[in-house]
Design a protein around this ligand. Structure first.
Ligand code: BGC
Length: 757
């Protein structure tokens, strides 16, 4: 259907019909208009499986949905750092949507993990905007390649569950651009989602659903988004203001209540009817796009998709510790201990909850390798120590040569709708680990959780596998990694701090009443821990393998570039171990010296490669201006400060293996309004300005000190002190300290020159 044809249909609609098109028909459908042949379309959660509700709808996963396949959640898929893999997962999801007639799957969810205790972190990707945007972009591209839409959510700055429907995320412009908008910018530019979901919260006081600045100016104007924006379920606040801001579709239906407001506003002249037409056109464009790509003969096979989920899960589990205990060998007497060995926790609670037909636990899958002993050890239904279960677990562990403990976080403390109170594991599980470690020195921990936890037991155990919430087929992937059939290749897309209090948002999360001030600014996750040189439990980007990789031959195509140029970076990676493996090559940029406060390392590119033993591959990256830039709030644009940068190749943000310098010259001058109050150091920021100003900077102090080197007063005055005095002196200070060498007239002349560069 062409835009002209869609416009022609809209021209035949009554105002009431158009208003009605701007909200859902029910919980999951858009409106149909039979007399004009306009079809209803269905949307469904998302993001890591199909939560299609044929009967009673809800947005918290309370009522039944169809039987479907649960793929690894966002926390896990991000850990794969494998965009092709996630694209493939998107394709599988799209096929399920085609078979079920779902036009848009509600995901990916890509909010930044500002705090490790956000209840929904298990659905989200990363603390880093590049990883979040790129993984989301991959899922979007995969789904949409089969003619099904996605809804990148929750736009914008919905980083907590506490008061999520009313609180205001108060964030400065630079931080918004670099971190929170940054993730969505990547997803939109890489994946071009058919729809965006506007979040519940406010951003700097304005409802995200009502923000013309973000929904229209940035999203459509700057990034080229051309689909429709829908509200999160129940996020509508002021329907007319929202339409004007670019929020096209209200979900779910408000039973005509808000449609009436639209009609009224058009009639009383406060809303231009063309705004309604535009929203309807966007909604219809996507509806027809799906209709035209519809494969009514699509079929899906739950068993085949279960196997796909297992393959994906293999790359989502991070090996955090291995003192040589892994991989296990089947000739050992092994015990699997903990409820999650037989009943894994593989997904989170809330709107993403999938009604699985089949779940494979580690106990189910381990039969491929022989038999293991089992003891439940704890129940995750309540945090109480069950003495009988504990005793059985201790006995089982003591009789084995290796105990593998399957622990993590229960649904009770990790879910949509509320945030965790801290980063602690339940007490009954901590007690179990302690008790098992008392009787068994060979302990491996397998973690089933959607976000970082504290690990007070880390030094007592020999191995840790972070299995995250990796979908219904996780058990097969866990045992394949434990026994070495699969070489782990996932890396943490987030830092695991030593303790919750170390997190930069700790003091301002979840805010006071309805206000959350993002006081840490751009220093989210590793950007903070690295800058503070803090000890962390496991750094961003970290993950072990059963093989070793050696990096060499870092080449940068130029030693000096302008910010309008690009530069090519290449590095050789060799598998120096004895098994095949996959490595995530991470490229960070460090601004060596800057006037603006910046993180030490910022991830600017990454790539996952597979290497056979002895094999070498060359990885190439191309960097442009954005790799060196920060967001300048005077220019309201990305800007590079001229100077030296380091290009760093790392195995994690804390394990930089190679680095090379590059000089980047800015082609843009940041305009500055100089005055008598401008300090010398402000002028020094701009070499051109400083050249003009230098002859006017005459301070008697320095000369006096030189004349008087012998005096005791002079001995107490260091060169640094004098230099600092001059640096921080405002221009007006020349009148007092130049011994009459600089006059007011001179200064006015200088300011005139500086302001006219
Ligand atoms: C969630 C969305 C979800 C929607 C529909 C909301 O509560 O925030 O992520 O897509 O419900 O279930």
């Amino acid at each position: 259907m062409t835009q002209a044809e869609i416009k022609a249909i809209i021209a035949q609609m009554t105002l009431e019909e158009k208003a009605c098109m701007c909200s859902g028909a029910d919980f999951w459908h858009t409106e149909a208009i039979e007399r004009l042949g306009v079809p209803a379309t269905m949307v469904s959660d998302g993001p890591h499986g199909l939560r299609k509700q044929d009967d009673k709808g809800d947005h918290l996963g309370v009522n039944e949905s169809i039987k479907a396949v649960c793929f690894p959640a966002g926390c896990a898929t991000a850990a794969s750092w494998n965009t092709d893999l996630i694209k493939g997962m998107g394709k599988t999801l799209a096929n399920e949507c085609q078979a079920e007639g779902v036009s848009v799957i509600l995901g990916p969810a890509l909010n930044i993990k500002r705090s490790p205790v956000c209840g929904r972190n298990f659905e989200y990707y990363s603390e880093d905007p590049l990883v979040a945007g790129r993984m989301a972009g991959a899922l979007i591209a995969g789904v949409q390649s089969d003619g099904v839409g996605t809804s990148a959510k929750h736009f914008l700055a919905n980083n907590q569950e506490t008061r999520r429907m009313t609180c205001s995320s108060n964030i400065d412009e630079r931080t918004l651009r670099e971190i929170y908008l940054g993730a969505f910018e990547g997803a939109v530019k890489e994946g071009n989602p058919w729809t965006i979901m506007a979040s519940y919260n406010r951003v700097n006081g304005v409802h995200a659903t009502e923000s013309k600045e973000y929904l229209t100016d940035v999203l459509r104007g700057e990034w080229g988004f051309d689909g429709y924006v829908m509200s999160d379920w129940g996020a509508v606040n002021d329907r007319v203001a929202e339409l004007k801001a670019g929020m096209d579709l209200e979900m779910p239906s408000s039973n005509g209540e808000n449609d009436k407001l639209i009609v009224e506003a058009v009639k009383n002249g406060t809303l231009d009817e063309s705004v309604v037409d535009t929203a309807v056109e966007r909604i219809l464009t996507i509806a027809y796009r799906f209709e035209e790509n519809r494969r009514t003969d699509a079929v899906w096979d739950l068993d085949a998709d279960h196997e796909t989920a297992r393959k994906i899960a293999e790359e989502t589990m991070v090996l955090l510790k291995n003192d040589g205990i892994l991989p296990l060998t089947a000739d050992k007497k092994i015990a699997f201990i903990g409820q999650y060995a037989s009943k894994p926790r593989f997904q989170g609670g809330g709107s993403s909850h999938i009604n699985c037909r089949k779940v494979t636990s580690a106990m189910d899958a381990v039969s491929e390798y022989g038999s293991v002993a089992y003891a439940q050890g704890f129940s995750d239904k309540a945090d109480v120590i069950d003495e009988a279960m504990m005793a059985e677990a201790v006995k089982t562990a003591s009789e084995a040569e290796v105990a593998v403990l399957f622990v993590g976080l229960p649904d009770l403390i990790e879910s949509e709708g509320f945030d965790r109170k801290d980063m602690k594991m339940p007490k009954n599980q901590l007690a179990l680990i302690d008790a098992v470690c008392e009787v068994q020195k060979n302990v491996v921990i397998v973690l089933h959780n959607g976000a970082p936890i504290e690990m007070p037991w880390i030094n007592k155990v020999s191995g840790v596998l972070e299995a995250y919430l990796s979908g219904e087929a996780c058990g097969g992937a866990v045992v394949d990694i434990l026994f070495g059939k699969v070489n782990p290749s996932a890396k943490l897309p987030e830092t695991f701090p030593v303790k919750y209090e170390d997190n930069p948002s700790y003091l301002s999360f979840p805010g006071e009443r309805n206000e959350v001030n993002y006081t840490e600014g751009v220093f989210v996750g590793y950007r903070y821990y690295d800058k503070k040189k803090m000890d962390v439990l496991f750094p961003f980007g970290f993950g072990l393998s059963y093989t070793e990789f050696e990096y060499s031959n870092l080449k940068v195509s130029a030693s000096s570039i302008k910010d309008t140029d690009t530069v090519t970076v290449s590095v050789d990676v060799k598998n120096v171990g004895s098994v095949a493996g996959k490595e995530v090559v991470q490229l960070y940029v460090n601004d060596v010296e800057s006037y603006v406060l910046r993180p030490i390392n910022e991830l600017r590119d990454f790539c996952k490669i597979e290497l056979q033993p002895g094999e070498v591959k060359t990885v190439t990256f191309t960097l442009g201006k954005r790799a060196f830039a920060y967001f300048n709030t005077t220019l309201h644009d990305w800007h590079v400060e001229s100077g030296d940068f380091m290009i760093r190749i790392g195995k994690s943000s804390r394990d930089i293996v190679l680095e090379a310098p590059i000089y980047v010259e800015s082609t843009v001058r940041v305009p500055v309004k100089y005055s008598l109050d401008s300090a010398v150091c402000d002028i020094q920021e701009d070499p051109q300005a400083y050249e003009i100003a230098a002859p006017y900077i005459k301070v008697d102090l320095l000369e006096q000190q030189n004349d008087d080197e012998e005096s005791s007063a002079s001995e107490a005055i260091s060169k640094d002190m004098v230099e600092a005095m001059i640096k921080y002196l405002p221009l007006r200070g020349m009148l007092n300290f130049s011994d009459g060498k600089v006059t007011r007239e001179d200064l006015m002349e200088l300011i005139e020159k500086l302001n006219n560069i």
